[in-house]
Ligand binder design. Structure first.
Ligand code: GCO
Length: 430
Protein backbone atom coordinates (compact mmCIF):
# COMPACT_ATOMS: atom_id res chain seq x y z
CA UNK A 1 0.00 0.00 0.00
CA UNK A 2 1.42 3.41 -0.95
CA UNK A 3 1.95 5.57 2.14
CA UNK A 4 0.43 9.06 2.03
CA UNK A 5 1.66 10.94 5.04
CA UNK A 6 2.88 14.06 6.73
CA UNK A 7 6.12 14.47 8.69
CA UNK A 8 7.21 16.29 11.83
CA UNK A 9 10.02 16.10 14.40
CA UNK A 10 9.96 16.14 18.20
CA UNK A 11 11.88 19.31 18.98
CA UNK A 12 10.11 21.20 16.22
CA UNK A 13 6.56 20.58 17.47
CA UNK A 14 6.34 19.04 20.97
CA UNK A 15 7.23 21.79 23.45
CA UNK A 16 6.90 20.63 27.10
CA UNK A 17 10.69 20.45 27.14
CA UNK A 18 10.93 20.10 30.94
CA UNK A 19 7.73 18.17 31.55
CA UNK A 20 7.21 14.61 32.79
CA UNK A 21 10.88 13.89 33.22
CA UNK A 22 12.23 14.91 29.82
CA UNK A 23 15.94 15.69 30.00
CA UNK A 24 17.60 18.56 28.09
CA UNK A 25 18.72 17.97 24.51
CA UNK A 26 21.42 19.82 22.61
CA UNK A 27 18.69 21.87 20.94
CA UNK A 28 17.43 23.06 24.33
CA UNK A 29 20.94 24.22 25.15
CA UNK A 30 21.65 25.68 21.70
CA UNK A 31 18.35 27.54 21.29
CA UNK A 32 18.85 29.27 24.65
CA UNK A 33 22.32 30.51 23.73
CA UNK A 34 22.03 34.16 22.59
CA UNK A 35 22.38 34.66 18.86
CA UNK A 36 21.97 31.03 17.86
CA UNK A 37 18.34 31.17 16.70
CA UNK A 38 16.69 34.08 14.88
CA UNK A 39 14.92 36.40 17.30
CA UNK A 40 15.86 34.10 20.17
CA UNK A 41 13.08 31.64 19.34
CA UNK A 42 13.21 28.27 21.12
CA UNK A 43 11.34 24.97 21.05
CA UNK A 44 10.24 25.42 24.67
CA UNK A 45 6.57 25.52 23.59
CA UNK A 46 6.69 25.07 19.79
CA UNK A 47 3.28 23.70 18.68
CA UNK A 48 2.52 22.36 22.19
CA UNK A 49 2.01 19.02 20.51
CA UNK A 50 2.88 17.22 23.74
CA UNK A 51 -0.51 18.40 25.07
CA UNK A 52 -2.38 18.83 21.77
CA UNK A 53 -1.40 15.59 20.08
CA UNK A 54 -4.99 14.26 20.01
CA UNK A 55 -6.19 17.36 18.13
CA UNK A 56 -3.31 16.96 15.70
CA UNK A 57 -4.16 13.29 15.13
CA UNK A 58 -7.73 14.39 14.35
CA UNK A 59 -6.30 16.82 11.77
CA UNK A 60 -4.35 13.94 10.19
CA UNK A 61 -7.43 11.70 10.16
CA UNK A 62 -9.49 14.41 8.47
CA UNK A 63 -6.65 14.91 5.99
CA UNK A 64 -6.96 11.26 5.03
CA UNK A 65 -3.33 10.25 5.47
CA UNK A 66 -2.63 6.57 6.11
CA UNK A 67 0.78 7.25 7.72
CA UNK A 68 2.46 9.82 9.96
CA UNK A 69 6.18 10.32 10.36
CA UNK A 70 7.21 11.71 13.73
CA UNK A 71 10.37 11.52 15.82
CA UNK A 72 10.88 10.38 19.39
CA UNK A 73 12.82 12.76 21.62
CA UNK A 74 15.66 10.58 22.90
CA UNK A 75 15.94 12.68 26.07
CA UNK A 76 12.24 12.21 26.82
CA UNK A 77 12.82 8.45 26.97
CA UNK A 78 16.34 8.52 28.41
CA UNK A 79 16.82 11.90 30.14
CA UNK A 80 20.57 11.34 30.31
CA UNK A 81 20.79 9.54 27.00
CA UNK A 82 21.48 6.21 28.67
CA UNK A 83 20.75 4.47 31.94
CA UNK A 84 17.54 5.47 33.67
CA UNK A 85 14.44 5.16 31.46
CA UNK A 86 11.73 7.79 31.91
CA UNK A 87 8.44 5.85 31.86
CA UNK A 88 6.38 9.02 31.41
CA UNK A 89 8.34 9.80 28.28
CA UNK A 90 7.53 6.42 26.78
CA UNK A 91 3.92 6.83 27.95
CA UNK A 92 3.53 9.92 25.72
CA UNK A 93 4.60 8.05 22.61
CA UNK A 94 2.44 5.12 23.66
CA UNK A 95 -0.60 7.43 23.73
CA UNK A 96 0.33 8.98 20.39
CA UNK A 97 0.84 5.61 18.70
CA UNK A 98 -2.45 4.28 20.08
CA UNK A 99 -4.22 7.43 18.86
CA UNK A 100 -2.76 7.02 15.39
CA UNK A 101 -3.61 3.33 15.17
CA UNK A 102 -7.17 4.04 16.31
CA UNK A 103 -7.52 6.27 13.25
CA UNK A 104 -5.91 3.80 10.84
CA UNK A 105 -2.81 5.96 10.54
CA UNK A 106 0.43 3.95 10.42
CA UNK A 107 3.12 5.38 12.74
CA UNK A 108 6.47 5.94 10.97
CA UNK A 109 8.88 6.50 13.84
CA UNK A 110 12.17 8.37 13.48
CA UNK A 111 14.50 7.55 16.36
CA UNK A 112 16.90 10.47 15.91
CA UNK A 113 15.98 13.86 14.47
CA UNK A 114 18.97 15.88 15.77
CA UNK A 115 17.92 16.38 19.40
CA UNK A 116 20.75 14.45 21.07
CA UNK A 117 20.51 14.33 24.88
CA UNK A 118 22.76 17.04 26.27
CA UNK A 119 24.30 14.54 28.69
CA UNK A 120 25.68 12.60 25.70
CA UNK A 121 27.01 15.75 24.07
CA UNK A 122 28.81 16.36 27.38
CA UNK A 123 30.57 13.03 26.63
CA UNK A 124 31.58 14.24 23.14
CA UNK A 125 28.34 13.69 21.27
CA UNK A 126 28.66 11.97 17.92
CA UNK A 127 32.40 12.64 17.94
CA UNK A 128 32.48 9.91 20.61
CA UNK A 129 32.16 6.37 19.20
CA UNK A 130 30.42 5.20 22.39
CA UNK A 131 27.31 7.18 21.39
CA UNK A 132 26.76 4.71 18.55
CA UNK A 133 26.14 1.94 21.06
CA UNK A 134 24.01 4.12 23.31
CA UNK A 135 21.84 4.90 20.27
CA UNK A 136 21.28 1.19 19.66
CA UNK A 137 20.35 0.69 23.33
CA UNK A 138 17.82 3.53 23.04
CA UNK A 139 16.41 1.97 19.86
CA UNK A 140 15.90 -1.33 21.67
CA UNK A 141 14.04 0.38 24.54
CA UNK A 142 11.66 2.20 22.18
CA UNK A 143 11.12 -0.91 20.05
CA UNK A 144 10.32 -3.00 23.10
CA UNK A 145 7.58 -0.57 24.14
CA UNK A 146 6.14 0.41 20.74
CA UNK A 147 7.24 -2.35 18.36
CA UNK A 148 3.91 -4.16 18.55
CA UNK A 149 2.21 -1.20 16.82
CA UNK A 150 5.04 0.64 14.98
CA UNK A 151 5.87 -1.18 11.74
CA UNK A 152 7.98 1.46 9.99
CA UNK A 153 11.20 2.60 11.68
CA UNK A 154 13.63 5.28 10.56
CA UNK A 155 16.91 5.26 12.47
CA UNK A 156 18.43 8.64 11.60
CA UNK A 157 17.15 11.81 9.97
CA UNK A 158 19.67 13.45 7.64
CA UNK A 159 23.02 12.53 9.22
CA UNK A 160 24.65 14.75 6.56
CA UNK A 161 22.83 17.88 7.75
CA UNK A 162 23.41 17.07 11.41
CA UNK A 163 27.14 16.60 10.80
CA UNK A 164 27.62 19.69 8.60
CA UNK A 165 25.36 22.16 10.40
CA UNK A 166 25.84 20.80 13.91
CA UNK A 167 29.51 19.85 14.05
CA UNK A 168 31.30 21.34 11.00
CA UNK A 169 29.70 24.79 10.60
CA UNK A 170 28.04 25.32 13.99
CA UNK A 171 24.77 26.81 12.68
CA UNK A 172 22.76 24.01 14.34
CA UNK A 173 23.14 22.30 17.69
CA UNK A 174 25.56 21.45 19.19
CA UNK A 175 27.18 24.48 17.49
CA UNK A 176 30.62 22.98 16.88
CA UNK A 177 32.85 24.43 14.16
CA UNK A 178 35.12 21.46 13.50
CA UNK A 179 34.94 21.77 9.72
CA UNK A 180 36.35 18.61 8.09
CA UNK A 181 37.49 17.41 11.53
CA UNK A 182 33.79 16.64 12.02
CA UNK A 183 33.95 13.60 9.70
CA UNK A 184 33.94 11.09 12.61
CA UNK A 185 30.38 12.33 13.24
CA UNK A 186 29.41 10.83 9.88
CA UNK A 187 30.93 7.48 10.73
CA UNK A 188 29.62 7.30 14.30
CA UNK A 189 26.07 8.19 13.22
CA UNK A 190 26.22 5.53 10.51
CA UNK A 191 27.67 3.00 12.95
CA UNK A 192 24.84 3.88 15.33
CA UNK A 193 22.42 3.33 12.45
CA UNK A 194 23.82 -0.16 11.80
CA UNK A 195 23.79 -1.14 15.47
CA UNK A 196 20.25 0.25 15.83
CA UNK A 197 19.07 -1.77 12.83
CA UNK A 198 20.42 -4.90 14.53
CA UNK A 199 18.63 -3.94 17.77
CA UNK A 200 15.39 -3.24 15.91
CA UNK A 201 15.57 -6.56 14.06
CA UNK A 202 16.17 -8.33 17.38
CA UNK A 203 12.99 -6.65 18.64
CA UNK A 204 11.08 -7.89 15.59
CA UNK A 205 10.95 -4.64 13.59
CA UNK A 206 9.40 -5.30 10.20
CA UNK A 207 10.46 -2.30 8.13
CA UNK A 208 13.64 -0.36 8.86
CA UNK A 209 14.95 2.63 6.91
CA UNK A 210 17.42 5.46 7.19
CA UNK A 211 16.46 8.93 5.93
CA UNK A 212 19.09 10.82 3.97
CA UNK A 213 18.71 14.34 2.62
CA UNK A 214 19.77 13.86 -0.99
CA UNK A 215 20.27 16.42 -3.72
CA UNK A 216 20.87 16.28 -7.48
CA UNK A 217 24.29 17.84 -8.00
CA UNK A 218 24.74 20.17 -10.98
CA UNK A 219 28.07 21.52 -12.29
CA UNK A 220 28.04 25.27 -12.96
CA UNK A 221 29.49 24.57 -16.43
CA UNK A 222 31.03 21.75 -18.48
CA UNK A 223 34.48 23.01 -17.48
CA UNK A 224 36.43 20.13 -15.91
CA UNK A 225 37.07 22.12 -12.73
CA UNK A 226 33.34 22.76 -12.27
CA UNK A 227 32.51 19.11 -12.94
CA UNK A 228 35.15 18.07 -10.38
CA UNK A 229 33.64 20.47 -7.86
CA UNK A 230 30.18 18.98 -8.38
CA UNK A 231 31.55 15.44 -8.04
CA UNK A 232 33.29 16.39 -4.79
CA UNK A 233 30.08 17.81 -3.36
CA UNK A 234 28.20 14.68 -4.44
CA UNK A 235 30.70 12.65 -2.39
CA UNK A 236 30.19 14.76 0.74
CA UNK A 237 26.43 15.30 0.59
CA UNK A 238 25.12 12.10 -0.99
CA UNK A 239 27.66 9.29 -1.30
CA UNK A 240 29.27 9.57 2.15
CA UNK A 241 25.88 8.59 3.62
CA UNK A 242 24.36 6.41 0.90
CA UNK A 243 27.36 4.32 -0.20
CA UNK A 244 28.17 2.75 3.21
CA UNK A 245 24.52 1.97 3.90
CA UNK A 246 23.78 0.55 0.44
CA UNK A 247 27.15 -0.93 -0.59
CA UNK A 248 29.21 -1.30 2.62
CA UNK A 249 31.94 1.00 1.30
CA UNK A 250 32.86 4.65 1.72
CA UNK A 251 33.43 6.77 -1.40
CA UNK A 252 36.88 7.94 -2.44
CA UNK A 253 37.56 10.93 -0.18
CA UNK A 254 40.58 12.16 -2.10
CA UNK A 255 38.81 15.38 -3.27
CA UNK A 256 39.06 16.35 0.41
CA UNK A 257 42.71 15.28 0.67
CA UNK A 258 41.60 12.50 2.99
CA UNK A 259 42.77 8.90 2.52
CA UNK A 260 39.85 7.42 4.41
CA UNK A 261 36.96 8.35 6.67
CA UNK A 262 38.41 8.65 10.20
CA UNK A 263 37.33 6.33 13.00
CA UNK A 264 36.57 3.24 10.93
CA UNK A 265 37.44 -0.05 12.63
CA UNK A 266 37.37 -3.59 11.21
CA UNK A 267 33.78 -4.79 10.92
CA UNK A 268 32.24 -1.31 11.12
CA UNK A 269 31.16 -1.19 7.48
CA UNK A 270 29.61 -4.64 7.68
CA UNK A 271 27.62 -3.35 10.66
CA UNK A 272 26.58 -0.19 8.80
CA UNK A 273 25.47 -2.07 5.67
CA UNK A 274 22.62 -3.91 7.40
CA UNK A 275 19.96 -4.87 4.85
CA UNK A 276 17.18 -2.27 4.82
CA UNK A 277 13.56 -2.39 3.76
CA UNK A 278 13.69 1.04 2.19
CA UNK A 279 15.63 4.26 1.78
CA UNK A 280 14.03 7.42 3.14
CA UNK A 281 14.80 10.44 1.02
CA UNK A 282 14.21 14.06 1.99
CA UNK A 283 14.18 16.17 -1.15
CA UNK A 284 13.98 19.94 -1.34
CA UNK A 285 16.06 21.13 -4.29
CA UNK A 286 19.16 20.49 -6.45
CA UNK A 287 22.54 22.02 -5.64
CA UNK A 288 24.81 23.70 -8.23
CA UNK A 289 28.55 23.80 -7.66
CA UNK A 290 31.56 25.54 -9.21
CA UNK A 291 35.30 25.33 -8.75
CA UNK A 292 36.28 27.01 -5.47
CA UNK A 293 37.85 30.46 -5.26
CA UNK A 294 39.76 29.39 -2.14
CA UNK A 295 41.57 26.17 -1.20
CA UNK A 296 39.37 25.51 1.83
CA UNK A 297 36.95 23.14 0.09
CA UNK A 298 37.01 21.52 -3.38
CA UNK A 299 33.71 23.20 -4.36
CA UNK A 300 31.76 26.42 -4.03
CA UNK A 301 28.01 26.86 -4.17
CA UNK A 302 27.22 28.46 -7.54
CA UNK A 303 23.55 29.07 -6.77
CA UNK A 304 20.55 28.22 -8.92
CA UNK A 305 18.63 30.90 -10.85
CA UNK A 306 15.73 30.83 -13.26
CA UNK A 307 13.35 28.95 -10.98
CA UNK A 308 10.68 30.13 -8.52
CA UNK A 309 11.98 30.32 -4.96
CA UNK A 310 10.30 29.55 -1.64
CA UNK A 311 10.01 32.02 1.24
CA UNK A 312 13.21 30.40 2.51
CA UNK A 313 14.94 31.30 -0.81
CA UNK A 314 15.18 27.69 -1.96
CA UNK A 315 14.72 27.04 -5.72
CA UNK A 316 11.62 25.07 -6.73
CA UNK A 317 12.78 22.32 -9.14
CA UNK A 318 10.27 19.44 -9.10
CA UNK A 319 12.04 17.53 -11.87
CA UNK A 320 15.06 17.44 -9.58
CA UNK A 321 13.20 14.79 -7.59
CA UNK A 322 12.78 12.60 -10.65
CA UNK A 323 16.41 13.20 -11.64
CA UNK A 324 17.60 12.30 -8.14
CA UNK A 325 15.63 9.07 -7.87
CA UNK A 326 16.56 7.85 -11.34
CA UNK A 327 20.22 8.63 -10.63
CA UNK A 328 20.09 6.67 -7.37
CA UNK A 329 18.56 3.69 -9.12
CA UNK A 330 21.32 3.86 -11.72
CA UNK A 331 24.09 4.22 -9.13
CA UNK A 332 22.92 1.52 -6.70
CA UNK A 333 21.78 -1.84 -7.95
CA UNK A 334 21.07 -2.51 -4.26
CA UNK A 335 18.67 0.45 -3.99
CA UNK A 336 15.75 -0.68 -1.80
CA UNK A 337 12.24 0.76 -2.21
CA UNK A 338 12.17 4.55 -1.84
CA UNK A 339 10.04 6.59 0.55
CA UNK A 340 9.97 10.37 0.20
CA UNK A 341 10.11 11.06 3.92
CA UNK A 342 10.13 14.85 3.48
CA UNK A 343 9.19 17.25 0.71
CA UNK A 344 7.64 20.68 1.10
CA UNK A 345 8.21 24.40 1.08
CA UNK A 346 8.19 27.47 3.27
CA UNK A 347 5.38 29.84 2.35
CA UNK A 348 3.17 32.27 4.26
CA UNK A 349 -0.60 32.66 4.13
CA UNK A 350 -3.64 30.44 4.49
CA UNK A 351 -4.46 30.56 0.78
CA UNK A 352 -1.20 28.90 -0.19
CA UNK A 353 -1.56 28.12 -3.88
CA UNK A 354 2.26 28.30 -4.02
CA UNK A 355 2.46 25.25 -1.78
CA UNK A 356 -0.24 23.49 -3.78
CA UNK A 357 1.77 24.06 -6.96
CA UNK A 358 4.96 22.92 -5.18
CA UNK A 359 3.42 19.68 -3.94
CA UNK A 360 1.62 19.03 -7.22
CA UNK A 361 4.82 19.44 -9.23
CA UNK A 362 6.80 17.11 -6.96
CA UNK A 363 4.11 14.44 -6.92
CA UNK A 364 4.06 14.54 -10.72
CA UNK A 365 7.85 14.16 -10.72
CA UNK A 366 7.53 11.24 -8.32
CA UNK A 367 5.10 9.52 -10.67
CA UNK A 368 7.52 10.12 -13.56
CA UNK A 369 10.34 8.51 -11.55
CA UNK A 370 8.09 5.56 -10.87
CA UNK A 371 7.28 5.31 -14.59
CA UNK A 372 11.05 5.22 -15.20
CA UNK A 373 11.36 2.20 -12.95
CA UNK A 374 11.96 3.60 -9.45
CA UNK A 375 10.17 1.60 -6.75
CA UNK A 376 8.35 4.38 -4.88
CA UNK A 377 6.47 3.37 -1.75
CA UNK A 378 5.48 6.56 0.04
CA UNK A 379 5.32 10.35 0.19
CA UNK A 380 5.36 12.38 3.41
CA UNK A 381 4.68 16.11 3.08
CA UNK A 382 6.86 18.29 5.29
CA UNK A 383 5.07 19.33 7.38
CA UNK A 384 1.72 18.75 9.03
CA UNK A 385 2.09 21.92 11.12
CA UNK A 386 3.98 25.19 10.89
CA UNK A 387 6.75 24.56 13.39
CA UNK A 388 10.18 25.49 14.79
CA UNK A 389 12.47 25.68 11.77
CA UNK A 390 15.77 25.29 13.63
CA UNK A 391 18.03 28.35 13.37
CA UNK A 392 15.26 30.32 11.64
CA UNK A 393 12.86 29.77 14.50
CA UNK A 394 9.18 30.26 13.63
CA UNK A 395 9.87 32.45 10.61
CA UNK A 396 9.51 29.67 8.05
CA UNK A 397 6.06 28.13 7.69
CA UNK A 398 6.18 24.63 6.16
CA UNK A 399 2.80 23.40 7.41
CA UNK A 400 -0.28 22.23 5.62
CA UNK A 401 -1.88 23.57 8.79
CA UNK A 402 -1.25 27.12 10.01
CA UNK A 403 -0.30 27.49 13.67
CA UNK A 404 -0.92 30.73 15.57
CA UNK A 405 1.95 30.48 18.04
CA UNK A 406 0.28 32.97 20.39
CA UNK A 407 -2.93 30.97 20.73
CA UNK A 408 -1.82 27.56 19.38
CA UNK A 409 -4.89 27.66 17.10
CA UNK A 410 -4.58 25.29 14.15
CA UNK A 411 -6.07 26.38 10.78
CA UNK A 412 -5.90 24.09 7.72
CA UNK A 413 -4.54 25.95 4.70
CA UNK A 414 -5.80 25.55 1.13
CA UNK A 415 -2.90 23.16 0.58
CA UNK A 416 -4.33 20.89 3.33
CA UNK A 417 -7.61 20.64 1.44
CA UNK A 418 -5.79 20.09 -1.85
CA UNK A 419 -3.57 17.38 -0.38
CA UNK A 420 -6.67 15.64 1.01
CA UNK A 421 -8.25 15.65 -2.45
CA UNK A 422 -4.98 14.36 -3.93
CA UNK A 423 -4.94 11.47 -1.49
CA UNK A 424 -8.54 10.60 -2.19
CA UNK A 425 -8.17 10.69 -5.97
CA UNK A 426 -4.47 9.84 -6.27
CA UNK A 427 -4.38 6.70 -4.12
CA UNK A 428 -4.36 4.41 -7.10
CA UNK A 429 -1.85 6.42 -9.10
CA UNK A 430 1.25 5.09 -7.33
C1 GCO B 1 15.37 18.91 7.26
C2 GCO B 1 14.74 18.49 8.49
C3 GCO B 1 13.46 19.21 8.84
C4 GCO B 1 13.35 20.64 8.34
C5 GCO B 1 12.75 20.68 6.95
C6 GCO B 1 12.74 22.12 6.42
O1 GCO B 1 15.20 18.21 6.25
O2 GCO B 1 16.09 19.90 7.30
O3 GCO B 1 14.44 17.11 8.44
O4 GCO B 1 13.52 19.19 10.25
O5 GCO B 1 12.52 21.39 9.19
O6 GCO B 1 13.49 19.93 6.08
O7 GCO B 1 14.04 22.61 6.45
Amino acid sequence: MFLWGTATAAYQIEGAVAEDGRGPSIWDTFAHEPGRVRDGHTGDVACDHYHRWAEDVELMAALGVNAYRFSVAWSRVLPYGRGVVNAKGLDFYDRLVDGLCAKGIAPALTLFHWDLPQALEDEGGWMNRDISGYFADYAAIVAERLGDRVKLWITLNEPFVHMVYGYAMGTHAPGKTLFLEALPVAHHQLLGHGLAVQALRAAGAEQVLITNNCTPVWAASDAPEDVAAADAYDVLHNRLFNDPVLTGTYPDMSPFAIDEVPGVRPGDLETIAQPLDGLGINYYNPTRLAAPSTDILPFEDAGITGYPTTAFGWPVVPDGLRELLVSLRTRYDTLPPVYITENGCSHDGLDDQFRVDYLDGHLKALRQAQAEGVDVRGYFAWSLLDNFEWADGYHQRFGLVHVDFDTQARTPKSSYHWFRSQIRTGRNSF
